[in-house]
Write a protein that binds this ligand. Sequence first.
Ligand code: EPU
Length: 398
Amino acid sequence: MIRRRDHYKLAGRNTFRMDVGCACWIEYDSPEDLSELDLAALPQPVVHVGAGSNLLFTGDFPGTLLHSNIKYYKPVADAEEEVLVEVGAGVVFDDFCAWASDNELWGAENLSGIPGEVGAAAVQNIGAYGAEVKDIIAQVKCFDLEERRIVTFAPAQCAYGYRDSAFKHAPLKGRQVVLGVLFRLSKALRPRLDYGPLKTAFAQAAPAHPVEVRQLILQIRASKLPDPALIGSAGSFFKNPVVSQETYDHVVAVACAAVAEASPEGRLQARAGREERCDDREAPAGKRSVGRNPLGVQGDGKEGATLVAPHFDLPGGQVKIPAAWLIEQCGLKGARLGEAAVYDKQPLVIVNATGTARPADILALEKTVIDAVRDKFGIEFHPEVEHIGPDPETPKKI
Ligand code: EPU
């Protein structure tokens, strides 16, 4: 069935809770519904959305928003060690995580609690706590809006990267609509405990059931991230920047200079250095080597101690720096601008502080953060959150 609503209010359809609207909202229940739609006859542009958990509406949307209500779990293969299950694009992703864990299937538990739906998860390659959804994707089934037929994509064709996939770029963007995702889950015990707090929590006794990992992840998320039921946000607002070794060294030098300026002790301590040690960051690939504290001071604090900026060495000599740390170094942790704020427990998240923030409030704070990080460290931030609004060119990244 197709449900069409004109002049539709979107406050309940975006986790930032922006009080905006769209000219037309269409929800469909099946691939057949989608194939029947005459897209050209709808208000333009036509854009597909999920749960709105990674979107910032910058104003009223003049076109049509499509939303999938395709919900199913279809077991496709059941072998000794693994199962393949196809899940409809409209299923709430965390419902799938709960289902997998409850059925003692490993693979989705680290991704517990991420807001959003299965289709968008496959487009965005969501990730957290040492795992990315691409790790368990065996195939993505789409409806090709141009050829009007169902097509499937093997993982390699999806070109997955950090919060990225081929579905976010031409020629697939706007053309392929995800109908369902085939997940490969493990019946065999396969916990992924690279993320520091998981490793620590299970140091004495390894988890025997994915529900144990899921529960811990949900606890960690609750302690760091705003509760979507209480505070509007879209999770991480920016991507963690990947920079050259040279830029990283510059970041360390700037941070050291700031410490030296702040206190006489700092002057003694401010010897830039890099030290490799394990940390609690997400580990998409490569070797983790990050300081635990903001500019963690190694040694006893006397002369000779070194300062370590959190970082993560990537293959090819590049370095990923936690955006949260850079924002904190700019003094913006907890900063408030209008009705928007940088979340005080995790500065990578921008929140609708009062519940009544307008798009302009969020955009102003976004600009403030981008400008501050550029001015201080010479690093250009890129939003992870997709901007969607009145500009006919939307959705686009700025
Ligand atoms: N940090 C600070 N100050 C803070 C918080 C963090 O300096 O107040 C630094 C610390 O060095 C910390 C590091 O930032 O070790 C990393 O923090 P965290 O583990 O919270 O992860 P993140 O890199 O900030 C990423 C994802 C999150 C995901 C977490 C956990 C991105 C853009 N974000 O955040 O994903 O939950 O890892 O794995 O990659 C999301 O995408 O919406 C999201 C929340």
